[in-house]
Write a protein that binds this ligand. Sequence first.
Ligand code: FES
Ligand code: FE2
Length: 362
Amino acid sequence: MAKSEEYSLGPHTFPRGWFVVAESTELNRGPMAVHFFGKDLALYRGESGVPVMLDAYCPHMKTHLTASDSANIVIVGKQIEGDSIRCPYHGWRFGPDGRCDNIPYHDGPIPRSAVLESYPVEESMGCVMMWYDPEGRKPDYSAPYLQEWSDPQWIHWKLDHLGELAMHPVEILDNMADAQHLGPTHGAPCEYFETEFRDHLYVQRQGGVHAGYGCMLMSSTWYTGPGILLSKQSFGDVLTYELIANTPVDDGLVKVWHGALSRASNIPPTESDIAGAREIQAGALKAFSSDFSIWKHKKPALRVLQIASDGQFAKGRIWYKQFYDQPENAGGYHEKVNGKHHVKGLETPSFEVLALEEGLIQ
Ligand code: FES
Ligand SMILES: [Fe+2]
């Protein structure tokens, strides 16, 4: 595996942005010890239902807040109080802002340094999403959300947890520009292909006849920031959304999740609609697994030997770099890449195809 510095991504080791850190159902089972962006982190759900993410190690004696389940307050279910959490060792209590607000055996003032870093966390589409900024700045764009998630006709995904991949996430993003792998890797060569960069958004539009399904497969796919991909896909009368989330674990190591959201024929969806949706997700996972398996076995492409009929890998990497730099410098990257880009020898999307994403990507 190769690291951010080897790809010359920018001053920071990890990118700024919204990232999936857990599935909501996992967090319902209790506090979690997680590791992302090279840090051990404590994730829990407060009694009001809000998810909270704090640095893991208690400033008192460096106990991990959520990694051990042996302490009495954990066993008797008293670790979470309101939206605060008590350290399992001596019971110091930390609020969702990371400040210690109670030491159970002490009347005097609480030391000012008894504070943990707290990270913005939101729940969207069954995922717990965290905003990461290496300098602790607040979010400068919103976490992605699909309106269909709150429409009862759409069957929610149960995420596929694909685990860790020893590849830098920049190479996952390369897939967006990769017009020419669609035939050899996925059996679905594209007839039209386009990428578009719009500030923190990276859009790909492509379509062609799928050898397996024997019908036209069209997709509009977009990254909202560097970590979360959504894709609207239509083939035959099936309409579906796919989610692929990548979150840096350590430099050069990434964790990946996958899901598919499908429209049922009935409201509420029947058992058979749900079984159909699971089948669609399994099919989408199979297609994605073709990439995943290639990634598992490839060497790092620190530079792509890009030829004129390839997609715009280099532009995609420039877009990606904005997240490794200060937000004030993002405009410089936008100037270099914003707009639509085409691939030599491939058509551009028609008006009819563009209707697929009307009003969707913002
Ligand atoms: S180590 Fe956390 S309260 Fe003592
Ligand atoms: Fe792919």
